[in-house]
Every structure is written in structure tokens, then in C-alpha cells.
Write a protein that binds this ligand. Structure first.
Ligand code: ATP
Ligand code: MG
Length: 219
């Protein structure tokens, strides 16, 4: 029996989560008819350059942003050991009894263009479907040309769900032209975050003094 993917899995550093991330979740939710989308803040191991905010703060901001009833946050990667490889997270979900056919991993097109260097990529693409959402300056349909070796697996949203094999769905929807880098720079410059992050996330950043020292650090 074929299981249709009904749960989206959106990983990211979320340092902090912003309106572009939420637009990605909404685009995948609406165009693939997903029942829920899980936001998954990633763990950066100690020997790598660290995010500016702690794992606790990044997860809490994601929770504050997950207002829609179909949005939720998982700390599975923060609670684990080592770096957050999607392949190893899929191993863990599989071991927990999650049917990977019920899942679709969501990324922005700028992130997916580097997929061929991901840990255990061949196996990963055979195991789980991906939904790749356009990012301003990175249209998802351009991935057919950028990743010719994977083009035969790529389908547009109107062909979803088309087959029982994991595929790569290209979701060409608009998302806010926001990045976490832009948000951190706005905080450091003392600018309003209105339109960049939800109000509750802006309030959390202010209350916890997050990102405010960037200016001094960069001077
Ligand atoms: P940074 O500026 O620190 O690199 P970021 O804004 O790129 O942060 P990430 O946490 O690195 O955010 O992104 C998580 C996922 O969300 C990635 O798959 C990325 O491609 C996607 N994404 C982030 N912002 C957007 C956006 N505005 N439109 C579409 N996809 C996005
Ligand atoms: Mg990024």
C-alpha cells in the first residue's frame, strides 16, 4: 500500500526563525496538502562555528512562531549528539517507528542546490521525498538545470503525489525576502523587526537581549 506524505519536516538553524521560514512552511502545507509541518532547529556540534543564540532560545523562538495549528516544533536534533545530518535524523525517526513514506523533508532552493554534498545523499533521496521551495533569487524550477543528475526525480506540485517512489517536489511559491542574517543585522543596528519576524519573536529577542552585541563584535 502506498502511504501519502502528510507531514512536512523543515530543518534549519533558525537563528532566529523569520517570516521567510514561515512562508516556506505555509507554501509546502498548502501546495502539498500536508496535515502538519514540523520545525526542526538543528544542533551545531561544539567544534563548529556556533549560532549566535542558544539552542534553548532558537527552539523557544520557533515555538512562539508556530502559531498555526498545523505547525509544531521538534527538538529531536537538539537533544541528539553530533551534527544534525538529515540522514541520521531519518534513521532515528525510522527507529522510533515513523514511516518515512509519510514524511516530506522541506528545504529552500538555496539549501537544496548543495544536496549532493549532504551526508549519505544517495540513500537519503531513495528513502524520503523532498519539497523544495523557491527563495527570492533562487527559483525552485531552476534546480532541474542546476542538478541535472536529479532532474528525473523532480516533479511540480500538480504531479504530487504521483508515484510511490520518493521524489523531489518543486514548489514555486513566493516567500518573504528575509534571512536570519538580515534579522540579526537589523537587531544590531537597532532597527525594527516588523515584517521580518512575528511580533512574539521580536519581543523575545528584545527581552533576552539576543543579537544585540553583534555590532560591537563586528566593529
Ligand atoms: P542565515 O542567514 O543565518 O543563513 P537563513 O535565513 O538562511 O539563515 P536557515 O535557518 O539557514 O535560515 O534556513 C533554514 C531553511 O529555510 C533552509 O532550507 C533555507 O533554504 C530555508 N529558507 C530560509 N529563508 C527562506 C526564504 N526567505 N525563502 C525560502 N526559503 C528560505
Ligand atoms: Mg542560510
Amino acid at each position: 500500500m502506498t502511504t501519502v506524505a502528510r507531514r512536512g519536516w523543515l530543518g534549519g538553524t533558525f537563528d532566529p526563525i523569520h517570516n521567510g521560514h514561515l512562508d516556506v512552511a505555509r507554501a509546502a502545507h498548502a501546495s502539498l496538502g500536508l496535515e502538519r509541518v514540523t520545525l526542526v532547529p538543528s544542533r551545531i556540534p561544539p567544534h563548529r562555528p556556533q549560532p549566535f543564540a542558544s539552542a534553548t532560545d532558537r527552539a523557544e523562538m520557533a515555538r512562539l512562531a508556530a502559531v498555526e495549528p498545523w505547525l509544531e516544533v521538534s527538538t529531536i536534533e537538539l537533544d541528539g549528539q553530533g551534527p544534525s545530518y538529515t540522514a541520521t535524523t531519518m534513521d532515528r525517526l525510522d527507529a522510533l517507528g515513523v514511516d518515512l513514506n509519510s514524511l516530506v523533508v522541506i528545504t529552500g532552493a538555496d539549501a537544496f542546490v548543495g544536496i549532493l554534498s549532504w551526508h549519505r545523499v544517495d540513500e537519503l533521496l531513495d528513502r524520503v521525498s523532498f519539497a523544495v521551495v523557491s527563495r527570492p533569487g533562487h527559483p525552485a524550477p531552476a534546480l532541474r538545470g542546476a542538478l541535472p543528475a536529479l532532474a528525473s526525480r523532480m516533479v511540480s506540485t500538480d504531479a504530487w503525489p504521483g508515484s510511490s517512489q520518493p521524489c523531489i517536489v518543486l514548489v514555486d511559491a513566493p516567500t518573504a525576502p528575509v534571512s536570519s542574517t538580515m534579522v540579526r543585522a537589523a537587531v544590531a543596528a537597532g532597527q525594527s523587526l516588523s515584517g521580518l519576524v512575528p511580533d512574539a519573536v521580536e519581543a523575545y529577542i528584545a527581552a533576552h537581549g539576543l543579537y544585540g552585541t553583534l555590532k560591537e563584535l563586528h566593529e
